[in-house]
Design a protein around this ligand. Structure first.
Ligand code: GLU
Length: 428
């Protein structure tokens, strides 16, 4: 079976789409391990995180009241090295989602060959409705609650949905107080002055761009004039829109949590970037917006989901018009939708590859913190380009070699180093 054909066994019309990210992740981990020849015990170990800490902590709100928040930190597996992954601040955060996301981080690190296992954290909250001071107290309280299990050689957090370099700065400061020494390598995605890396802010979008260029090369589509739809205008989506606009592509559609804009002649991206707020909201300023759902079905050559999970499902997969999909968000396409699209010849660059630029530059940041010697923006970019291109090629080659789609190939490449480390350590 060649690339462009799905390995996923027939998905009967009647079968519900699997929107549960944990069970769908476990299914693909099982398949990847089986195809690599690992036994059931390896799957038993890797199907869940080794550790998940649930914390509840009080935060004083500006009006004097106290609100109790729930947070999680999951550590998938530390056979390769310390665990690594972001912290998301979102009202829809659940424990299962954080478990699944920690597994995805392991796969991302495995594909890029970083010396980490996967980790992930989350706080159930809506920072869009909180003040600056409340978010500071929340960030600090969360770090106090999880401080026992994290650290520069244990588990290294980073930004994720609705968290940014300011949250990282507060968390670093809180952690350094607790430990009584400055430990910049405790967290990545920091402001540059606190030991952040050049290029980290734009890294996810830069990585998506590199994957996109590779995918277009394979598909023989010139980037100049290619029509791009980007769902989501947060860190990844907005920088990507900028990069696409600058490279001569036509960004015909963008969206935020509240709506979408589409113009077949191309949107004025510099103007939209000027108008967006820090949570990536911009469509509220316009009348006649589309819904996110409508946006995905509009004419385009390239579609980049850069928002949240389960956006491309069995329901809308047949209506997607793009030839290339690069997943900048985590988990935007369901298994059933992956099959429908792959069978139609759409090239899907899966999240664990497409958005790995973020964790790759986080790794560079941690390396720079550990050595106390900092790189130029050009050095960071050069290393990122080399790593991303190699990752893309490795996954693409594995897809051809094993006759599977890019998602399963990515999982096979990504899980291998972890399984081998587990074996060498004698755990299974
Ligand atoms: N949150 C990002 C991700 O999902 C970045 C993680 C990191 O930099 O450690 O990949």
């Amino acid at each position: 079976m060649a690339i462009g054909q799905s390995n996923v066994s027939e998905v009967p019309e009647t079968e519900a789409d699997n929107l549960d990210v944990l069970t769908s992740t476990q299914a693909i981990i099982r398949e990847a391990l089986e195809r690599l020849g690992y036994d059931a015990a390896m799957y038993e170990l890797l199907k869940e995180p080794l550790r998940v800490l649930t914390v509840r902590f009080p935060v004083r709100m500006d009006d004097g009241s106290v609100q109790v928040f729930t947070g999680y930190r999951a550590q998938h597996n530390d056979a390769v090295g310390p665990t690594k992954g972001g912290i998301r601040l979102h009202p829809d955060v659940t424990e299962d989602e954080i478990r699944a996301l920690s597994i995805w981080m392991s796969i991302k690190c495995g594909i890029a060959n970083l010396p980490y296992g996967g980790g992930k954290g989350g706080i159930v909250c809506d920072p869009r409705t909180m003040s600056f001071d409340e978010i500071e107290r929340l960030s600090r309280a969360y770090v106090r609650a999880i401080s026992q299990i994290v650290g520069p050689s244990k588990d290294i957090p980073a930004p994720d949905v609705f968290s940014n370099s300011q949250n990282m700065a507060w968390m670093l400061d809180e952690y350094s107080h607790i430990r009584e020494f400055d430990s910049p390598g405790f967290i990545t995605g920091k402001p540059i002055v606190l030991g952040g890396s050049k290029g980290r802010e734009t890294a996810t979008a830069r990585g998506v761009t590199i994957c996109l260029e590779e995918a277009l090369r394979v598909k023989n589509i010139p980037i100049k004039g290619a029509r791009v739809i980007i769902q989501g205008f947060g860190n990844a989506g907005s920088y990507l829109a900028k990069f696409m606009y600058e490279s001569g592509a036509k960004v015909v559609g963008i969206s935020d949590a509240y709506g979408a804009l589409y113009d077949s002649n191309g949107l004025n991206i510099p103007e939209l970037l000027e108008q967006r707020d820090s949570f990536g909201t911009v469509t509220k300023l316009f009348d006649n917006t589309l819904t996110n759902k409508e946006l995905l079905e509009q004419p385009c050559d390239i579609l980049v989901p850069a928002a949240i999970e389960n956006q491309i499902t069995r329901e809308n997969a047949a209506k997607i018009q793009a030839q290339v999909i690069v997943e900048a968000a985590n988990g935007p396409t369901t298994t059933a939708a992956t099959k429908i699209l792959t069978d139609r010849g759409v090239l899907i660059v899966p999240d664990v590859l497409g958005n790995s630029g973020g964790v790759i530059v986080s790794y560079f940041e941690w390396v720079q913190n550990n050595q106390g010697f900092y790189w130029t923006e050009e050095e960071v970019d050069e290393r990122l380009v080399t790593l991303m291109k190699r990752s893309f090629q490795t996954v693409y080659d594995a897809a051809e070699k094993y006759g599977v789609d890019m998602r399963l190939a990515a999982y096979m490449v990504g899980v291998r180093r972890m399984a081998e480390s587990v074996r060498w350590r004698g755990w299974v």
